[in-house]
Design a protein around this ligand. Structure first.
Ligand code: MLT
Length: 328
């Protein structure tokens, strides 16, 4: 008993100094530019969201948000980088479905999606679209199906590698049609889209956040959207589901993460800024124009995002393993 008191006093003093330290850090946080790591190439759909969101976050947090593209291995190079970055509140990470599919696709993954990160919150849902180069022979989905079945060995399908949603969508498409195309992987669908526009590849499945301007300008052949229901931005565009690929669905979701150990006070400040950014008129208008939907407020929390990633890991791991979707 006698010995317990000094220990208690020492512990209380320690706790007090910790709480001073963390509130002191939160009080002037952020005091320098913040890095937002993007796992795919500049100019692509994830980059478009990161830069638009970064501009809003920068205004709210009164510090520049510096977007850093770290490409490779379907997003796992960037995820591994962030998992090992200093947990000082100055590195964040935006990633999509790849956060949940990587464990099944990369057996030797060096990070754990559920244990190596602090979770910040979900951002947006984005539909995908199926496109071909402008002079591709098929003019609509029915023609695409017929042509693809007869000429699969002649068709080049671009994607951003295993772990990318373009790869997931392309794999599900080949499975649904019972065909095998030749796959050409890029560091992101930004360069994959340039290759499609240049006629170097034939087909690409990609997010509306990149494809809508090209669809509207008539730069590509457009066969349909990958959501189960039509989307309000392209109300006349049929879904693949209603054009013979029954139950075909790929929807992209994006979340924000930080290295494990990032102070909770900093995450709370960043999350508050994220929620404000997701309401900002400039960001919401831009995302609506690109067919993306900002997630509801209850999904903009660390707890909700973590639950979602866990449920997506549970959903996709058996599917990807059973189908062997770990190769192009
Ligand atoms: C990108 O930003 O380049 C895409 O999200 C990559 C992908 O298809 O997942």
């Amino acid at each position: 008993m006698l010995f317990q008191r000094p220990i208690n006093i020492a512990l209380s003093a320690l706790a007090l100094s910790f709480s001073f330290a963390s509130s002191a850090q939160a009080a002037d946080y952020p005091s320098r530019p913040i890095t937002l790591v993007v796992p795919f190439a500049a100019g692509g759909p994830t980059d478009v969201v990161a830069r638009s969101l970064g501009a809003e976050l920068g205004k709210i947090l009164k510090q520049p948000i510096v977007v850093e593209n770290r490409t490779g291995a379907g997003g796992t190079v960037a995820a591994n980088y962030v998992a090992n970055a200093a947990p000082d509140g100055y590195t964040y990470f935006i990633h999509h479905n790849g956060m949940a599919t990587a464990t099944a696709l990369y057996p030797a993954l060096k990070y754990d999606p559920l244990k190596s990160f602090e979770y910040v919150g979900e951002v947006i849902d984005v539909p995908m679209t199926l496109l071909a180069r402008k002079d591709f022979p098929a003019n609509n989905m029915a023609e695409f199906i017929t042509y693809a079945k007869a000429n699969a060995d002649k068709i080049n399908l671009a994607n951003a590698g295993p772990g990318a949603v373009s790869q997931l969508c392309g794999s599900l498409l080949q499975q649904a049609l019972g065909v095998k195309f030749t796959t050409i992987p890029y560091q992101g669908t930004g360069p994959a889209m340039s290759a499609l526009l240049g006629g170097q590849v034939d087909v690409l499945c990609d997010q509306t956040t990149q494809t809508i301007p090209h669809i509207q300008a008539g730069n590509v052949k457009f066969y349909g959207v990958t959501t189960l229901n039509r989307i309000s931005k392209l109300p006349d565009a049929p879904t693949l589901n209603e054009q013979g690929l029954k139950d075909f669905e790929v929807k992209v979701w994006h979340g924000i993460y930080a290295p494990k150990g990032t102070p909770a006070a900093d995450i709370a400040i960043f999350n508050k800024a994220l929620k404000a950014a997701l309401k900002s008129p400039d960001f919401t208008a831009k995302m609506a124009d690109l067919g993306a939907e900002i997630v509801s407020e209850d999904r903009q929390t660390p707890e909700s995002l973590k639950k979602w990633v866990q449920s997506e890991i549970n959903k996709w791991t058996p599917i990807l393993k059973a189908e062997g979707i770990n190769v192009n």
